[in-house]
Structures are given as structure tokens and as C-alpha cells.
Design a protein around this ligand. Structure first.
Ligand SMILES: [Zn+2]
Length: 231
């Protein structure tokens, strides 16, 4: 019998909030959703700061846009790539890569052949400490593991699939035990060779917080009544 080729299972590195790592193998898992919620009255501005070796920035940005558009299509959330000169406080979603020469304590090596592919914030951090105090700062991150403890064979589909899952955390979702859902903990077979789609469980969960239909109806009414304001 021919030996089976063992493909690594990609793991989510868990969530971080306020600097406290939540480990993926804690007996009490991070299944619950974050308390913090994003705004929906304007786009979440995102920026890609680093790249995975072998991928140029434009390609990675296209992959990220494709994944973000899937969440946007089923929710009231919108996303916008931040202009290159955008101040750090005004970039809401920071997308980073731990590079090959880095030892990142967020990504300890695994001993069972699996990899921690990435981690992310658990919902947005919301700060009101800056002046003017009315200006809340919303901030979250997704970080890919391109260190020696990470996947050594990143491909376009894996980047997409891992990001689709991790940004779900940044949007405020925890993990699910529903089989096959994007927000499940494990990504088997190395993340697959095709882009995954949001499943009904993922869609129901994001719509619990960011309902799309009412927002769109409001928008249409507002547009339709423009002439009433001209009198
Ligand atoms: Zn996860």
C-alpha cells in the first residue's frame, strides 16, 4: 500500500485581545464572539504592511480584497484599502506578516506536523483615550506566519482561506464547531487548493451583528428622497 502523503493541518493561532494570547488548545476554547463591534456607517480601512515571501504586494492585496468582499456581500460591513500615506490611527485593519528571519512568540513550533498559519484580533480594539475624546479609534490586526514555524508552501488559495477565517475573528466572530464552516478551528489538507466560500453558519453568525438588508433599504430610501430636501 502506497504511503499517504501527509498534508499539514493549518491551525488558527487563536485570538488576541488587549495583548493576552488565547491559546488554541485551551480546554476552554475561544468559541464565543467578541463584545466589541465595528461601525457600519463607513468603510473599515485596511492596509497590508508586509508580504509573504514569493508574493508581491499587489497579488496579496487582490487576495485580501477577494476575501473581504465575501464578508461584505453578506453583511452591512464595507471595506476600503487605505491610501499609502494614511496615519496608523486611521488604519482600522492592519494586515501584517511575520517574516522568515523572525522568531515570533505568537507562533510557537508545533510537534505534530501541524502549523499555526496566522492569528488575529478578537473583534476591534476601541480606544477613546486620544484627543479629541469623541474620536474613537478602532483597530484590529491579522498576522500571517511566514516564519520557520509556519506553512512553508503558501499558495494563493491558502492565503485567501486563512485570511477569510482570520478576518472573521477581527470582525468579532469566535470559532464554531459546525462542520465545514469557515470559522471552524482547523483547516484540513493544508488549506485546500481552491478558495473556500462562506457557509450558512458563517453568514448567520455575521448577520447577527451586521444585518445587511435593513441597511440597504435605508440607503435606497435616502437616495429616493433626495429631491424632497431641495425645496
Ligand atoms: Zn480561528
Amino acid at each position: 500500500m502506497a504511503p499517504q502523503t501527509k498534508k499539514p493541518t493549518l491551525l488558527c493561532g487563536g485570538n488576541q485581545q488587549y495583548g493576552r494570547a488565547r491559546l488554541r488548545r485551551d480546554p476552554v476554547d475561544d468559541l464565543s464572539d467578541s463584545q466589541n463591534e465595528w461601525f457600519t456607517d463607513r468603510p473599515i480601512k485596511w492596509m497590508l504592511y508586509d508580504t509573504i515571501v514569493g508574493f508581491d504586494k499587489g497579488i496579496m492585496e487582490n487576495i485580501i480584497e477577494s476575501a473581504l468582499s465575501k464578508w461584505a456581500a453578506v453583511s452591512s460591513l464595507t471595506f476600503e484599502k487605505a491610501a499609502p500615506d494614511t496615519a496608523a490611527d486611521d488604519v482600522n485593519l492592519k494586515i501584517k506578516v511575520s517574516g522568515p528571519s523572525v522568531v515570533d512568540p505568537d507562533f510557537p513550533a508545533q510537534t505534530d506536523g501541524s502549523w499555526i498559519a496566522a492569528n488575529a484580533s478578537w473583534g476591534p480594539g476601541i480606544s477613546q483615550l486620544w484627543k479629541p475624546v469623541e474620536k474613537k479609534i478602532y483597530s484590529a490586526h491579522v498576522k500571517f506566519n511566514n516564519t520557520s514555524s509556519g506553512p512553508n508552501n503558501w499558495n494563493v488559495n491558502q492565503i485567501h482561506n486563512v485570511f477569510l477565517h482570520e478576518v472573521g475573528h477581527a470582525l468579532k466572530l469566535g470559532h464554531t464547531l459546525v462542520e465545514g464552516a469557515v470559522m471552524g478551528r482547523l483547516m484540513k489538507e493544508g488549506g485546500g487548493n481552491q478558495d473556500i466560500q462562506l457557509q450558512s453558519d458563517d453568514i448567520a453568525r455575521i448577520q447577527k451583528y451586521y444585518k445587511p438588508a435593513s441597511a440597504k433599504r435605508r440607503f435606497r430610501r435616502a437616495k429616493g428622497s433626495v429631491s424632497a430636501f431641495r425645496s
